[in-house]
Design a binder for this molecule. Structure first.
Ligand SMILES: [Zn+2]
Length: 272
């Protein structure tokens, strides 16, 4: 992907879908220095795009990414959108004037049900879509909606293009710049991995591991999750894409070709 005239251009050369939000500071442009990540706390990609382009929202972002990796740009990347609110970071106040905001379709905080999870807007989610974790800002254990691999891959591609175009200094969370008000993107978001990949830092080595034994691969981080395919043979190589305690999210490789994605126990892998 790349940026032309402050709009996202997809790998096929077409412009990304664009729907202008009225919720911008008209006549003002910004020189973006940071990329700020948010979750929508919404029920769907479409509902979040509709809300963030509605004048009543008095809120917006530059771009929304859905759970299948679908994209809608809502404003030029140099428009001053309204995603950060009262906020500060590294001596800057009011990050709307200094950052690009990306919203990820994600329900946010979830509460447990008998067989899964429920959002604040009463939508239910299967067990594998949620995780329990403490937020770094308050240490409180809660349920959180997981992000999808397609969503994270789209974000890394877009974020990398934004860094190349604007020379952004870092990727940060709304919960970094407004820690007493905001919990997004929260502990389900793999910030270290995303930041490393987008910023292309030294720790941006692709972490490759191999199975040291015949290895079960599951739909989620725990033995209560279903096995998604027959066990991986010893020696199978994988790329690590995330972690949750002793469980790691992996993309299974056949040669250099990705085949399956799932979760394996980190005890049974070794670095390649
Ligand atoms: Zn936010």
């Amino acid at each position: 992907m790349k940026i032309e005239a402050n709009r996202l251009i997809l790998d096929d050369g077409q412009s990304a879908p664009f729907r202008q939000t009225p919720n911008i500071s008209q006549g003002r442009t910004i020189d973006p220095q940071y990329l700020v990540i948010h979750y929508t706390a919404g029920s769907s990609f479409d509902s979040s795009v509709n809300w963030l382009t509605h004048p009543d929202a008095q809120a917006s972002a530059h771009l929304v990414i859905g759970r299948d990796g679908e994209i809608m740009q809502l404003a030029d990347f140099t428009a001053r959108t309204w995603h950060a609110g009262k906020s500060s970071w590294r001596g800057l106040n009011g990050l709307n004037s200094h950052s690009i905001g990306i919203e990820l379709d994600n329900a946010g905080i979830l509460t447990r049900t008998a067989d899964g999870w429920r959002s604040s807007f009463q939508k239910t989610y299967p067990e594998a879509d949620g995780m329990e974790a403490a937020h770094k800002n308050d240490g409180v254990m809660r349920g959180w909606h997981r992000y999808t691999l397609n969503q994270i891959e789209a974000l890394v591609a877009i974020g990398s293009a934004l860094v190349r175009e604007y020379g952004l200094k870092d990727v940060i969370g709304h919960d970094d710049i407004a820690p007493h008000r905001k919990t997004d993107p929260g502990p389900a978001f793999p910030m270290d991995m995303v930041r490393a990949r987008i910023m292309g830092r030294e720790d941006d080595r692709e972490e490759r591991v191999k199975a040291t034994a015949v290895l079960n691969i599951r739909s989620g981080p725990g033995t209560r999750f279903d096995k998604i395919r027959p066990p991986l043979p010893k020696g199978t190589e994988m790329i690590v894409t995330g972690e949750d305690g002793v469980w790691i999210a992996v993309t299974v490789l056949d040669g250099d070709e990705p085949t399956d994605t799932g979760w394996v126990h980190s005890h049974f892998v070794a670095e390649v």
